[in-house]
Design a binder for this molecule. Structure first.
Ligand SMILES: NC(=O)c1ccc[n+]([C@@H]2O[C@H](COP(=O)([O-])OP(=O)(O)OC[C@H]3O[C@@H](n4cnc5c(N)ncnc54)[C@H](OP(=O)(O)O)[C@@H]3O)[C@@H](O)[C@H]2O)c1
Length: 329
């Protein structure tokens, strides 16, 4: 099959369309003819050689896909040849064919295109896990979502709205604020020109927020803790701003009974990912069908344009997902 491969670890110019062995489904897997996949920040780190795939996973990039079932393993009961499915992958989305466990695949809703479906799994399930399972956001609570216009951020805003957060506050570049508000954010903070701690104090009359979804880590840590209310939950999903703290006073953690939870979805066991797929489907499928939840798509491009697509994400130009359409000659 054709697949996007990496010459050697480095920049986007290392990506090329090459040939790779077509995967074979095990008894519980289906083989899908991939129609679309989407970019994730992890793809950039993996391309640079800084984020190796989990043991046993394909070395090909791509953590999600939509596609058509072309072969089913002998124990597969849920799917038939011709079904349109989408879901999370441990790798191999940037390819003409991918295998997926039958319980990790979801049926593509009739109202969504294959490109739209491919934009959903990684960011929506990461956000669902963060806001609901880890953050335990309750109706009437306040949430702060950093990088609100990122793929994960745009999904988290919509999920927080559906979970009836009272105030959804996001940080993002100014140009991306309208998108965040359109999805349900009540307040937007231009973190490049405003201090989010000061703004949150103003917005909440000094009370703070109950849940924070963070991707920036070290430079935000102290301020995140200071804007959390008693029993607040800080969910850490990435290290975009840095990993090391110079100094930190642990007193606030005890005084406010703060919970700090960090997670990476890709490193979770398959059983965990199957449970997450099931819980997400139960919550989201009807909402995706009637439009209450929508993938936010920055661009849909042919996979031959993969280099430019990676460069766009690396330079923070995207708002939402960059989708790669798998064309066949
Ligand atoms: N832990 C997990 O399970 C998990 C799963 C999926 C993704 N992630 C992580 O979540 C993050 C978002 O992923 P994504 O695919 O949604 O990314 P994305 O769509 O590319 O968006 C990332 C956005 O973050 C903002 N940003 C970048 N660097 C920043 C910094 N130093 N400080 C503040 N904001 C910054 C930029 O928006 P502005 O223009 O607004 O600054 C950028 O567009 C990535 O770091 C990714 O690795 C984690």
């Amino acid at each position: 099959m054709k697949a996007i491969l990496i010459k050697s670890p480095g920049n986007a110019n290392q990506l090329y369309l090459g040939e790779y062995e077509t995967p074979k489904p095990t008894p519980n897997e289906v083989l899908a003819k991939v129609r679309a996949t989407a970019l994730n920040r992890a793809d950039i780190l993996q391309r640079e050689g800084k984020y190796p795939p989990p043991e046993g996973a394909s070395p090909i990039l791509g953590l999600e896909m939509s596609g058509e079932v072309v072969e089913v393993g002998e124990e597969v009961e849920k799917w038939n040849v011709g079904d349109k499915v989408f879901g999370l992958l441990p790798g191999d989305g940037y390819a003409e064919y991918a295998v997926i466990h039958q319980d990790m695949a979801m049926a593509v809703p009739d109202n969504l295109s294959m490109e739209e479906a491919a934009a959903i799994p990684e960011v929506f399930m990461t956000a669902f896990q963060a806001v609901h399972w880890l953050g335990k956001l309750q109706p009437g609570e306040r949430i702060l979502i950093h990088a609100g216009a990122s793929g994960v951020g745009t999904a988290a805003i919509q999920l927080a709205r559906e979970m009836q957060a009272s105030d959804i506050i996001v940080t993002a570049s100014q140009a991306k604020h309208n998108t965040c508000r359109g999805l349900g954010a009540h307040y937007t903070i231009d973190y490049k020109n405003q201090d989010f701690r000061d703004e949150i104090k103003k917005i909440t009359d000094g009370e703070g927020v109950d849940v924070i979804i963070d991707f920036v880590a070290a430079p935000y840590f102290e301020r995140n803790i200071s804007v959390l209310r008693t029993d607040g939950r800080l969910i850490m999903l990435a290290l975009l701003g840095g990993t090391h703290l110079e100094q930190f006073n642990l007193g606030n953690l005890l005084r406010k009974r703060i919970q700090i939870l960090a997670s990476t979805l890709r490193s979770r066991s398959r059983d965990y990912q199957i449970q997450l797929t099931k819980a997400f489907s139960e919550f989201a499928m009807a909402r995706l069908q009637d439009g209450r939840l929508q993938p936010v798509i920055d661009q849909i491009v042919d996979w031959q344009e993969v280099k430019a697509a990676h460069q766009r994400m690396e330079s923070n130009q995207n708002t939402g997902k960059i989708v790669l359409k798998i064309s066949r000659s």
